[in-house]
Ligand binder design. Structure first.
Ligand code: 173
Length: 321
């Protein structure tokens, strides 16, 4: 059949239509490793709402749910394999994908500084290569971890105590002679209730979210490390986005990071709320406190170096003050 000019025009129109349909709105599936009623997801919800309002015709997020939708320790692999596009997650929960994920607890500078000094790009090189993931941004900072326990101590010694952990705390708590047991957050309450554990590790904020205050007598000060909670994305899904979609996504993540100042006040508020709930503070003298914190970092970096010497060395320079 002879091709006539109008047919060419028709084909061109159809192609144009097809490509504009193609470049149209994409919906990303997001899951959370942390509970839906917890502070991290509570803060994410309005962000998702704003994202979807501003992203009409460009990019949308479909929040699938928390640990009831997908177990906390399986989320990292789901991002790696593209079962979901984005996750709210912490590195300790996906050491099964790459052990280096847990190193992010050791940062001593803000995410804004990490973006400036090359740490963010260094993280992404590892996350791209080993995790098939894009590290989008960190949405929790200024939340040191603490030991919470029902057995009083008067020095940094957890001998005779069974403590619930994740990889975050393993090396440090074992160095303090604790017996450790790994569980996702969703199992902490029952473990305390049944006396399976005497205590647990958790950041300064959030223990009320799952009612752990009901089963907690003491918090040990000072805190150590910095709780890392971030948005991670399946790398092929990230690469499939158009330039405009990627720019929109990154703009939204930066806007969320800009609100991280929230966490300083939250830490103070939660400290006061714990005291009000009857949780007593166990504090060491200044020298012991310093030695305690120093030991946490020493043990943390030693564990990282053992796991992955080159990456640990690179990160240590970039993460330290
Ligand atoms: O204790 C934990 O479950 C844990 O590792 C963690 C990490 C970041 C934020 C909160 C908890």
């Amino acid at each position: 059949m002879q091709r006539r000019p109008w047919m060419q025009l028709g084909a061109a129109l159809m192609l144009g239509l097809a490509s504009s349909v193609w470049a149209q709105e994409t919906t990303l599936r997001l899951v959370s490793s942390f509970a839906e009623n917890g502070i991290y997801v509570q803060r994410l919800q309005p962000w998702i709402a704003k994202f979807n309002a501003e992203g009409k015709g460009v990019l949308q997020i479909n929040f699938i749910g928390g640990p009831k939708a997908m177990p906390s320790f399986e989320v990292g692999n789901a991002v790696k394999t593209g079962v979901v596009d984005i996750a709210l997650n912490t590195g300790a929960f996906y050491t099964n994908v790459m052990p280096e994920a847990d190193f992010l607890k050791l940062t001593q500078i803000t995410i804004a500084e990490q973006r400036k000094n090359g740490a963010f790009d260094a993280i992404n090189r590892v996350w791209n290569e080993k995790g098939n993931m894009q590290y989008l941004g960190r949405i929790v900072e200024s939340q040191p971890f603490h030991i919470y326990t029902n057995k009083k101590i008067d020095k940094p010694d957890l001998s005779g105590q069974k403590i619930r952990i994740t990889p975050v705390y393993r090396d440090f708590f074992q160095a303090l002679s604790a017996n450790v047991i790994t569980t996702p957050p969703g199992e902490v309450y029952t473990a305390l209730e049944r006396g399976v554990v005497d205590g647990y590790g958790w950041p300064i904020g959030g223990i009320f979210d799952l009612n752990w205050h009901e089963k907690t007598k003491f918090r040990v000060d000072p805190g150590f490390y910095d709780a890392e909670v971030s948005l991670i994305m399946n790398l092929p899904a990230y690469k499939r986005l158009s330039d405009a979609q990627r720019a929109f996504l990154n703009k939204q993540v930066l806007a969320l990071e800009a609100e991280n100042t929230f966490w300083v006040k939250f830490a103070a508020d939660e400290t006061a709320r714990q005291a009000k709930a009857g949780i007593q503070t166990i504090a060491f003298d200044a020298a012991t406190s310093k030695a305690f914190r120093d030991k946490a970092y020493e043990v943390g970096w030693a564990g990282a170096a053992k796991q992955s010497p080159e990456i640990a060395a690179r990160f240590k320079t970039l993460f330290s003050k």
